[in-house]
Ligand binder design. Sequence first.
Ligand code: PLP
Length: 393
Amino acid sequence: MKINENYKKLKASYLFSTIAKKVAEFTEKNPDKKIIRLGIGDVTKPLCKTVVEAIKNAAIEMGTPEGFHGYGPEQGYDFLKEEIKKYYSKRNVALELDEIFISDGAKSDLGNILDLFSTENTVLIPDPVYPVYVDTNTMQNRKIIFAKADEENKFLPMPDDNVKADIVYLCSPNNPTGAVYNKEQLEKWVAWANKNNAIILFDAAYECFISDSNLPRSIFEIKGAKNCAIEFCSFSKTAGFTGTRCGYTVVPLELEFSEMKLNKMWLRRQTTKFNGVPYIVQRGAAAVFTEAGQKEILENINYYKKNAKLIADTLDKHNIFYTGGIHSPYIWMKCPNNMTSWEFFDYLLNEIQVVGTPGSGFGVNGEGFFRLTSFGTYENTKEAMERLDKILK
Ligand code: PLP
């Protein structure tokens, strides 16, 4: 019996365990000091009322003979897909129901989609970025090359005609940098992919944080994208579904490589290896799109955005370079005085007891940067910024 040796190549991530260890050591020595965590990547606001009500009703329905649901369609119920279709049509993106696949979240689909592609492909991944892209490709032994994201390109790498790749990951708004591609930039990526017979895997998990209608929330707002892109979305950050689990992936019917429709391949993959998202959860997700649901989720998103603004304003005041914070829950700041990411982490922990995430944990180009998030409470974020303001002086 031989194992998949590629797992030996995975780099162990000590990022969050090292943070936890350092914080625990500090707390032991300084039990009276209040630590404020601005490193949280998970949402903290509870599910909104309308969603809870829909989940409750669906659970009651499931307990009746006429309302019971067994195995559902693997690709999701039409009642939810119809809502997603309408949501896209508001941005003039026309989708067929068959192009929408409901899943248990973006992370699973981002990994599973690789079943569709040869391991001989070369993958282009921005650095720094959400670590799942690198690890899932490493597990399947694809050649990975990196697109450098840095201060110069404001953490938004652009296509390079000299770089040959078959699969490219774009994440906008980005985790960890909060950077958002504009329309012209995405047009360049779509043109590059179409010209080079490449596919874009577009991670739009944070699209709900975009409030400028000129910024694309979907790659399909770009002409030609249906011939070269798959989009991954999630209710996690949109509606606090990180623990409830629901997302969706859009695979256009037009998408064709080697005379194979990727939409049909994905349908085959999902119907073979996945048995759908619970009916109860899909009812909850559909409630997100009701008028009340939209209003309530927006209140939560705006709460996080207000926190992000507090952080951004503090950095502006001290002329510190950062990306994100406006259309994203993340603020990606340059460490002052050329400190490394971990030096700045230790400095903040020891001096003001504010915990963030060292940028170097997201890729080599993250060195010298630091991620702060807006998923804490307003009161804590405010206090953390008052403390930061004092030491930055
Ligand atoms: N994509 C990005 C960029 C993320 O940061 C996350 C979670 O933090 C995910 C996808 C995962 O989303 P989900 O909870 O839908 O699996």
